[in-house]
Design a protein around this ligand. Structure first.
Ligand SMILES: [Zn+2]
Length: 109
């Protein structure tokens, strides 16, 4: 049986992701570093499907060249209250993205 991620955001509702080891999904779980080759692609697909990235745990994530530009909407994607400390965002496309409340210690832009 699949269990839904228990994360509840401030402007978004309950995370639609599937809970993995803990009660949290791959993106909200703090224990796994998002540095697999497919993480960048998966995160782009998540954002483009219109789902919020609020509160994502992206500590030390390797997201070089990621494209998180909302080409279909007036507003950028929502990446608020996320943990991006030490993430690699070199050459990333983040036009209009909302990073309010996100931790950006030593992000590599
Ligand atoms: Zn989640």
């Amino acid at each position: 049986m699949t269990k839904q991620c228990s994360f509840v955001g401030t402007i978004t509702k309950r995370c639609p992701g599937t809970a993995e080891n803990s009660d949290l999904c791959h993106w909200h779980g703090p224990n796994e570093t998002k540095s697999r080759p497919r993480d960048r692609r998966d995160l782009e697909a998540w954002a483009k499907s219109g789902k919020s990235m609020e509160g994502f745990s992206l500590l030390h994530a390797d997201l070089e060249n990621i494209d998180l530009v909302n080409k279909d909407g007036d507003e950028g994607f929502n990446l608020i209250n996320a943990d991006l400390n030490h993430a690699n965002l070199r050459n990333s496309h983040l036009y209009n993205i909302n990073l309010k409340g996100s931790a950006l210690l030593k992000v590599d832009f």
